[in-house]
Ligand binder design. Structure first.
Ligand code: BG6
Ligand code: MG
Length: 217
C-alpha cells in the first residue's frame, strides 16, 4: 500500500466538537440579532477562529472594528471552552479508537492535524493523546487550512513524504488543504458537502485497514 501515515483532523473527525463550535457561533450570532444555520456553519468548519468570525459577520451583514472582533472571538472561545469542559472519552466518535489501534498494529504512523488552539486540551480530556505519533495544532501553524501547512508539518514530524500520507477530514477547507499538500484524502460526512476527496465515508464504524489497503494499492 502507498499509505505510510494517516493524519486526522480533530473536530468532527475524532470527536464531535464541531457541534460545540456551531453552538458557540450560533450564540454569538443570536446576541448580534441574526440567525446562523447549520448550512451556513459548513463554511466555518476547519478554518481558524478569526476567519470563522469574518464569515459569520459577513453572513450577518455586520461590520465591527478590530477591538470588537477580538472581543467577539474571545467570547466565542469562552463559550466553546465552557462546552468542552465536561467532555469525556465517551465523546470519541464510534470506531475511532479501534481504527487507530488497527493502524498502529499495521505499522502505519498516525498524526493529528487540527486548526484548533484548544486541540491539546481536548485530547487530554478524552484521554487519547498517547495514540498519536505527532500532534500539530492551531498553535503550531501560521497559515490556516486550506493552506497545507498543518498537514505538511505533521508529515515532516513523522518523517513521511506527503504522497505517502492519507488525511481524514470533515471540512472542505481541510480536504483542500490535504489536496494542496499532495496527500490522499478520505472525507468524513456527506459527499455533497465534501468535494474532491478520494472517498467519502460516514464515519469510522465500518472503516478497516483492509479497506484502506484495497483502496490504495
Ligand atoms: C477547527 C474547527 O478544527 O478549529 C473550526 O473545525 C475552528 O470550526 C478551528 O474554528 C479553530 O478552533 P479554536 O479552538 O482554535 O477556536
Ligand atoms: Mg474538522
Amino acid at each position: 500500500m502507498k499509505i505510510k501515515a494517516c493524519l486526522f483532523d480533530l473536530d468532527g473527525v475524532v470527536v464531535d466538537t464541531a457541534r460545540y463550535h456551531y453552538m458557540a457561533w450560533k450564540k454569538i450570532a443570536s446576541d448580534l440579532s441574526f440567525d446562523f444555520s447549520e448550512h451556513d456553519n459548513e463554511r466555518l468548519k476547519g478554518i481558524s477562529r478569526m476567519e470563522s468570525l469574518d464569515i459569520l459577520l459577513e453572513i450577518g451583514k455586520i461590520k465591527v472594528d478590530l477591538h470588537t472582533k477580538e472581543e467577539l472571538a474571545a467570547t466565542k472561545n469562552s463559550l466553546y471552552i465552557s462546552y468542552i469542559q465536561k467532555m469525556t472519552p465517551d465523546e470519541i466518535l464510534p470506531g475511532v479508537i479501534r481504527f487507530l489501534d488497527e493502524l498502529h498494529n499495521g505499522g502505519i504512523l498516525v498524526a493529528l492535524g487540527s486548526a484548533s488552539k484548544n486541540a491539546m486540551s481536548i485530547l487530554d480530556k478524552i484521554n487519547i493523546a498517547q495514540k498519536f505519533d505527532a500532534v500539530i495544532d492551531g498553535n503550531k501553524v501560521s497559515k490556516a487550512k486550506p493552506n497545507p501547512e498543518v498537514f505538511l508539518k505533521g508529515a515532516a514530524e513523522l518523517g513521511i513524504e506527503p504522497n505517502d500520507c492519507l488525511v481524514f477530514e470533515d471540512a472542505q477547507a481541510g480536504i483542500d488543504a490535504a489536496r494542496n499538500g499532495g496527500m490522499h484524502i478520505i472525507g468524513i460526512g456527506q459527499p455533497e458537502n465534501l468535494k474532491n476527496a478520494d472517498f467519502v465515508i460516514p464515519g469510522f464504524e465500518t472503516m478497516r485497514l483492509d479497506q484502506l489497503i484495497s483502496w490504495y494499492s
